[in-house]
Design a protein around this ligand. Structure first.
Ligand SMILES: *[C@@H]1O[C@H](CO)[C@@H](O)[C@H](O)[C@H]1NC(C)=O
Ligand SMILES: *[C@@H]1O[C@H](CO)[C@@H](O)[C@H](O)[C@H]1NC(C)=O
Ligand SMILES: *[C@@H]1O[C@H](CO)[C@@H](O)[C@H](O)[C@H]1NC(C)=O
Ligand SMILES: *[C@@H]1O[C@H](CO)[C@@H](O)[C@H](O)[C@H]1NC(C)=O
Ligand SMILES: *[C@@H]1O[C@H](CO)[C@@H](O)[C@H](O)[C@H]1NC(C)=O
Ligand SMILES: *[C@@H]1O[C@H](CO)[C@@H](O)[C@H](O)[C@H]1NC(C)=O
Ligand SMILES: *[C@@H]1O[C@H](CO)[C@@H](O)[C@H](O)[C@H]1NC(C)=O
Length: 440
């Protein structure tokens, strides 16, 4: 079965009950946390790629749904990436998914190379000549990508792809056999491109607002909404919801939607990532004002929040003042403020005042101890923010340590961000979703 070119379609295959009314529907995908180098964390989720396009791809699992065979591949979650790209070369030099490439004359080729491309001055200019021998000039459309792990440039071959999410959903009246198939254009590349990625992660799942990222390929009844709940623990799974909920995050049927406050997403002229307006950072009723023209970005690649030096200095000064009673420790790179958590030889938990981000509508995103403090060694814990330098492009980049066990809903239908602050305050966490249970 060849994927019809330029057809974007959804197949909702119900084994029976096709008349079932769909009140609300969302797909649920497990999220894994990986420990990177230097204690950094990265997160992945998997999709099922249509197997006949990948007869020999390096994959972890092959699954049949009906007569169709799919292969499971884990992709790095990147809410900033302009399009999805992944390994589909069984060997370094030949592309399994490329019978169906975007050719150099198609508008998508121009789109992906210009408006929706990865931008870096270190990348070579695009050419119509592939680095893979099997193609003649212009048969394919080589496009530059930048590794979110190494920052290095490499080349992908965009193809008309097919993948599916399955076996996991949340909603009313939905049967367990539903498949959700979507036909994005994805970049294909060699497995070696992903060598520095966490093991078995062979691609990038773009969740940005770009028209070539996953949310753009979601169609009725799945709304263009992604809700991300990152786990704080490498040995447990968090959850990614696609669609408008309900977001039952544990077996008590708590709908995370009920825990959300909303802020407008702010458009950025040069990025498909997600930005919000932060007016001030408040620590124990004292405000640190954030300049009007400062931008605040949310990142799934930065492990710790990066603050421009002027803001960083104010935050660290204030935080050290309100934590005077906790014995200090010599600071541990990359952090600037650390505490000794060893009392008479035993590690004790510390409790620090909340850090509140005051957003443009006056809403408050509260960062409590679990998200502000990182236990670095047995007897040292640090304020988990880093100095982004005096001229950093964004005044604030909110890193993942600050929103693990928080529920974030990026709503591209109405350009809002829903945020819960720490779910631990509500006696639940991102790891409480039970993927073996049907929530409906
Ligand atoms: C690639 O080929 C297309 C179609 O012939 C042409 O419009 C485009 O300018 C070429 N791009 C480059 C970088 O050579
Ligand atoms: C992570 O989860 C495992 C298994 O549930 C648990 O033993 C461990 O203490 C957890 N680690 C942290 C840092 O919470
Ligand atoms: C932001 O405003 C400050 C103070 O008005 C100014 O010095 C700075 O150049 C502005 N930055 C940007 C990026 O516009
Ligand atoms: C923490 O304090 C104890 C004394 O209470 C001391 O023995 C230990 O060396 C300190 N650890 C660090 C990392 O400063
Ligand atoms: C630590 O040990 C000393 C001496 O044994 C004792 O006086 C003190 O109360 C202990 N401190 C704590 C916090 O347990
Ligand atoms: C955006 O949608 C969410 C959920 O669908 C809703 O709760 C929120 O009020 C909406 N926000 C705006 C500004 O329309
Ligand atoms: C969740 O916890 C926060 C902080 O303790 C509390 O203000 C809020 O009411 C709780 N929400 C629900 C729905 O329990």
């Amino acid at each position: 079965m060849l994927v019809p070119i330029q057809v974007i379609a959804i197949i909702l295959a119900f084994s029976c009950h096709e008349h079932v009314a769909i009140a609300s529907f969302s797909l649920v995908v497990p999220v894994n946390k990986h420990a990177g180098a230097a204690g950094n964390a990265l997160y992945s989720a998997h999709a099922y790629f249509y197997k006949p396009q990948y007869p020999n791809a390096r994959i972890s699992t092959t699954t049949y749904f009906g007569n169709d065979q799919y292969v499971q591949q884990s992709l790095l979650i990147d809410i900033d990436a302009p399009f999805i790209w992944h390994s589909s070369f069984p060997h370094q030099e030949s592309c399994e998914a490329c019978p169906n490439p975007v050719t150099c004359g198609e508008f998508q080729c121009t789109d992906l190379r210009t408006a929706f491309s990865y931008q870096s001055p270190s990348c070579p200019l695009p050419t119509n000549h592939s680095m893979y021998d099997e193609y003649n000039d212009c048969e394919v459309c080589p496009v530059n990508v930048i590794s979110p792990v190494t920052g290095e440039c490499s080349q992908v071959i965009p193809t008309f792809d097919q993948f599916m999410f399955t076996n996991s959903y949340s909603g009313s009246g939905i049967l367990s056999s539903d498949l959700y198939v979507t036909y994005p254009i994805t970049g294909s590349t060699a497995p070696s491109t992903f060598d520095p990625f966490p093991s078995n992660v062979l691609g990038v799942m773009a969740l940005s607002s770009s028209p070539y990222a996953l949310p753009a390929y979601l169609r009725n009844p799945i709304n263009r909404i992604i809700a991300l709940c990152l786990p704080s623990n490498i040995s447990t799974t968090g959850v990614l919801f696609l669609g408008n909920g309900p977001y039952y995050i544990d077996q008590s049927y708590v709908d995370a939607m009920g825990l959300l406050s909303y802020t407008m997403l702010v458009k950025h002229p040069k990025s498909f990532g997600y930005f919000i307006g932060v007016n001030a950072i408040v620590i124990k009723s004292k405000s640190i004002l954030v300049p009007n023209n400062a931008t605040t970005k949310i990142s799934t690649l930065d492990p710790y929040t990066k603050l421009r030096t002027d803001i960083y200095n104010d935050v660290v000064r204030r935080f050290s003042k309100v934590t005077k009673r906790i014995p200090p420790a010599k600071s541990v790179t990359p952090f600037g403020l650390c505490f000794n958590t060893s009392v008479n030889g035993t590690t004790v938990g510390i409790k620090v005042p909340d850090i509140d981000l005051i957003l443009q509508e006056g809403k408050k995103w509260t960062i409590s101890t679990a998200n502000s403090i990182k236990q670095v060694t047995e007897d040292v814990a640090c304020l988990a923010v880093v100095d982004g330098g005096p001229t950093s492009e964004h005044a604030i980049v909110i890193g993942t340590h600050q929103f693990e066990d928080n529920f974030l809903m990026f709503n591209l239908e109405n350009s809002t961000l829903g945020f819960s602050s720490s779910l631990l305050r509500n006696q639940t966490s991102c790891s409480n979703y039970d993927f073996s249970v049907v929530y409906n």
